[in-house]
Design a binder for this molecule. Structure first.
Ligand code: FAD
Length: 567
């Protein structure tokens, strides 16, 4: 069996190594266009920022290493330029001298990844305008930083590559303007969760401009002038374009293989293309979204690796099928982490799926043990069955663990009722006896059982002082430090003595800092005959990053302010 693999990084290298483990006699050839194989794409931003200092660390394997350990023929600097499925051959170009040759295969794997999307703007060819995908790109950026006095950079695009590059350029001592066309960074998060990330980026000195596009790049003296939406001009010594990636379908298209959404390669559940002897994996293919079942392109390293491994099994006659991608992701944003799994609210709304949601903001570990940090967790679930549809978390500690637990639960098609029962590891330095994941499960179950009725921050704009009373049930000092609109203060511990102040002819909307005291207040009120009560899910901690603190202009519960982020 002769297997040719096009692309020698996440999907391709994984497939090659497993192929060898399963079949000692197979002839395995990897064609890789760049000069490196099995490199750590995900680590590249950290080399630019000087966090990873040894460039050898970026290349997990060398062609020699592959040959010695796995007996795999890795041909770097060689590009597959044409596929001939009927003849089972690939035309390969040696980039060093442009010479070509034909290579026969029995089975072919395409793992060509994706290419950075260009801006199509004049000026993008300037050598001070960069994209980041390969080791070569990384070395180019690092060399530019080392050889030039780079004081200001513009990073275009707020996806995870853009955001990681913002952090790393700041780490390298550069003032960064980050621009994003959407009203938020990190699309897997919903807007209100992303606002926590925006706050943190700005707190670290990033000039973050949302709902802003790049309109022109022009040379100006020794630097570049970027024209942004509204003809605003920003000067930069360098520009990084991170406006997304597009599945690399060039070879598949040339070979007449079927394509799918967003120019990706169509594959079945066995990662086979429309030619049964050609498989495709990774960023280049369309997968099914694990939650919705709809077609999706989700360029992430984990899925690429797993698909590569699976194809090796299939080539060796084993049974396997790919069961969809959840989009589980995490991104470090300075001292904050933002993670997500499954569908977010935007996706659920777009696909017309019924959902409910809860927000909790518990401590990452026992509050009395030093170093505990607030962890903001949003859980989305089916309101009828409780099946978990997605989760997002933002915080300084413990985000990865909670998203991983929920991602695992989702794979098992578990429900919020199951989250209540999860027995997770606990000692004070690590968690609480009721882990944040349990807490999210408890809260969701309270909602499903009717023990708690919720209102959300986006609903506050509809409050009418004639019909609604907004009550802050935190303490006087918390209230003085900033409340929502014209909320009246009735601290939780005084509610039983002040029941008369809660009108029975109005809807009562209560809120606290994180939602937990609100739940207690809710239970007190409804059991004392004040039944038209709603608790603001996630409380002030969900509201504040979106609408801003210390602003009482929301008026008698009529929160008509434009969100700070959108102003
Ligand atoms: P790749 O790993 O990109 O490999 C494709 C290879 O194929 C490339 O080296 C390319 O040169 C080669 N190739 C393409 N066409 C040809 C051809 N015709 N002939 C020969 N060779 C060819 N994902 C995460 O999950 N977490 C992260 O933190 C994360 N961080 C990232 C940071 C950066 C800067 C980048 C660029 C990506 C990051 N990703 C991350 C995404 C992740 O790296 C990709 O999802 C994953 O590498 C995709 O694997 P792949 O095999 O499909 O493609």
């Amino acid at each position: 069996m002769k297997v040719v693999i096009i692309g020698g990084v996440a999907g391709g290298a994984t497939a090659a190594a497993r192929l060898r483990r399963l079949d000692e006699r197979a002839e395995i050839i990897i064609l890789e266009r760049t000069g490196y194989v099995s490199y750590a794409n995900c680590g590249l931003p950290y080399y630019v920022g000087g966090v990873i200092t040894d460039r050898e660390e970026l290349t997990l394997q060398t062609p020699e290493g592959f040959r010695n350990r796995f007996g795999i023929d890795v041909r770097v600097g060689q590009e597959a330029v044409e596929l001939h499925p009927e003849q089972h051959t690939v035309t390969v170009r040696r980039l060093e001298d442009g010479s070509t040759y034909a290579l026969h295969y029995d089975k072919l794997l395409l793992s060509p990844g994706a290419r950075p999307v260009g801006s199509n703007l004049p000026g993008e060819d300037d050598p001070r305008v960069f994209t980041l995908r390969t080791v070569e790109d990384t070395l180019r950026i690092r060399a530019y930083l080392d050889e030039h006095p780079v004081r200001r950079a513009v990073v275009v695009g707020g996806g995870f590559i853009g955001v990681e590059m913002v952090e790393n350029l700041v780490h390298a001592g550069v003032d960064v303007t980050a621009i994003e066309l959407a009203d938020q960074v990190l699309a897997p998060l919903d807007y209100e969760m992303a606002c926590m990330v925006h706050q943190n980026m700005r707190a670290h000195g990033v000039d973050l401009r949302l709902s802003t596009g790049l309109e022109a790049i022009e040379q100006e003296g020794a630097g570049l002038t970027c024209t942004l939406s509204g003809r605003v001009k920003v000067f930069a010594d360098m520009v990084l374009l991170a406006i997304g990636v597009r599945a690399d379908h060039a070879l598949a298209q040339q070979a007449g293989l079927e394509l799918d959404i967003k120019g990706s390669i169509r594959v079945d559940e066995h990662m086979a293309t429309s030619d049964p002897d050609i498989y495709a994996v990774g960023d280049a293919v369309a997968v099914s979204d694990f939650v919705s079942g709809e077609k999706a392109v989700l360029p992430l390293a984990g899925p690429a690796n797993r698909q590569g491994r699976m194809v090796a099994d299939l080539i060796n006659g084993r049974e396997a099928s790919y069961e969809g991608t959840q989009g589980t992701m995490i991104c470090k944003v300075f001292d904050l982490s933002a993670g997500a799994t499954g569908n977010n609210e935007k996706q659920l709304r777009a696909s017309g799926r019924a959902y409910d949601k809860v927000y909790v903001h518990p401590s990452s570990h026992a509050g009395y043990y030093p170093g505990a940090e607030t962890l903001s967790l949003k859980l989305l679930f089916d309101p009828a069955s409780g099946v978990i549809l997605g989760a997002q978390a933002v915080g300084k500690e413990g985000v990865d663990k909670r998203i991983d637990v929920i991602a695992t639960a989702m794979r098992g098609r578990m429900t919020v009722q199951d989250l209540e029962k999860l027995e997770l590891c606990y000692a004070p330095p690590f968690s609480s006896a009721k882990d944040p994941v349990n807490m999210a499960g408890f809260t969701a179950c309270n909602v499903m059982k009717g023990d708690l009725r919720q209102i959300f921050i986006e609903d506050l704009k509809d409050l009418d002082p004639e019909k609604d009373l907004l009550v802050d049930i935190r303490t006087q000092s918390e209230y003085d430090a900033g409340t929502i609109g014209n909320a009246v203060l009735i601290p939780l511990d005084s509610i039983r003595d002040r029941l008369a102040e809660f009108p029975k002819d109005k809807r009562v909307v209560i809120f606290c800092r994180a939602g937990l005291r609100g739940y207690i207040g809710y239970r007190i009120l409804v059991q004392n005959g004040i039944t038209n009560v709603y608790n603001l899910s996630g409380g002030y901690l969900t509201w504040e990053p979106v609408y801003g603190a210390k602003n009482k202009s929301c008026g008698g519960g009529k929160t008509t302010r434009i969100p700070k982020e959108k102003a």
